[in-house]
Design a protein. Sequence first.
Length: 578
Amino acid sequence: MKEYHGLAASAGIAVGPALLYLPDETLDSSSKLPSGPLDPERETARLEDALAEADRQLANVYEHARGEVGEETAAVFLAHQEFLADPDLLDEVKRRITVEQLPAEQAVEAAFEQFAQQLEMLDDDYYRERALDLRDVSRRVRRILAGVQDQQMLAELTEPVVVVARDLTPSDTAQMNKKMVLGFCTATGGLTSHTAIIARILGIPAVVGIGEHILDVTSGQNLVVDGHKGLVMAGVDEDMAQQYRRRHDAEIEALTCEKAAAQQKAVTADGHEVEVVANIADAQSAELALEFGAEGVGLFRTEYLFLNRQSLPSEEEQYREYRAVADVLGDRPLIIRTLDIGGDKQLPYLDMGQEMNPFLGWRAIRLCLDSPELFEPQLRALLRASVDRNVQIMFPMIATLEEVRRAREMLEKVKGKLGLEDIAFDPQTQVGIMIEVPSAALMADVLAPEVDFFSIGTNDLIQYSMACDRVNERVAYLYDPLHPAVLRLIKGVIEAAHAHGRWVGMCGEMAGDLEAIPLLLGLGLDEFSMNPPSIPAAKRLIASLTLRQAQAIAEEALARPTADEVRAYLGGLDLSRS
Ligand code: PEP
Ligand code: MG
């Protein structure tokens, strides 16, 4: 048995076959020319094997797609299978191997391209689509020939697997059929890496930052992932695998009970009701959030829709995504945050320039206000998605009153245009801002009358108020949600909002932290937005407290002069185990 140790990024146990995902190689067939003379017989045999494998894959994809999207839409994969058996096309591939002496990869590329171009010349939409299909099949066959992987294989997962990768990008996880993912193991990445965040949102056990040696495992090898300990084991005997399977089953059973209990509202023992909602990244995580007892969504991070692609998503594409999430939520609140890009999140197709201090630079609302071509389509898509749904719009990184007013002006302008175009939207759509810049926290009394709600983004508020980069381990000692300076800012924001009859939520990680919840409750926080798997325990904790107790806790905690003393005080209460 071999053990691999890493960071415990997302709790839970997974047992199952590994899928080694290494998409780094490209499909450039010229870089893969075999050395020495070409053996046409061998190339033809490789071709036949690849065609058989492609056929097998497509049959699987078809079956899966039929269940998911219906017979009619799935039929495209049957058409792909037909290309693999087209005698004229295959003759042409083989001719290029034997006569032109091309390796199988290049013969496939050339022959399929020739047929695709012939179809395109027919100048008809139907045939143009078929040309695209041909190129798609060509890529699949060449991928198999070259042993190369790409995101499509993640989208097409039909069997449960533990995904092992160097790291996963937002677009990898966006494409992935996450229902088939038992666990994640990555060579790189820390607790705030994308893989770790997504794993926690989805409740998938994950170990990250293991080191390159985890890439020695082979696809199909049975793995045990212990996301509690940050441990991965390969080659475990059947007895041990069985033990872990039993632990996994027990955890799932407990989780099922927790999820059922979490469908109750979040009410304190003396009847004070708060909202416990979820942070999500897409429609799949919205479904999961409801299972975990979310009463709505407090933060939908839209930037995942914009990252790792070659061009901006169109208004239509955005509308479809927002509407899909809104449909999952029904009449529950759905707070969608406008694009929070810049800082450490760069769009490859948008030149944002080099900055000395990207976290303090041209990002989020600053960039959007300067870029109507980016902002307006998003606002249009959000408004359109609001029809008969409880969609609320939230602006990130607000630092000044002028920014709020400018953002609202742009929203009004967009509403005006939609009206003229006779396009439906909800004119009462609520508008809120994130409080994550200290200037906004200090000016909360001035900002409150201008908006419908606040949501405190502690992930950034901590880094800006303590002047410590949130991803720099060397200054991590400063990055503390329980620092009295942070607590005072939070208290001030809640009081200012309430004085103006506005409600206040929190969508930074602190909102789901069991140590902090009693204190936040006592400070009067109205809405707690967190990763879905944190919801059941948060609701249980809230139900175990009275508001009066929580208020006393907040008062005591805020009287402590250092973060350590606040922590020691809260830890001494031993509430989080209830
Ligand atoms: C925050 O800053 O607290 C927040 C929720 O936003 P993000 O983590 O996406 O920056
Ligand atoms: Mg933020």
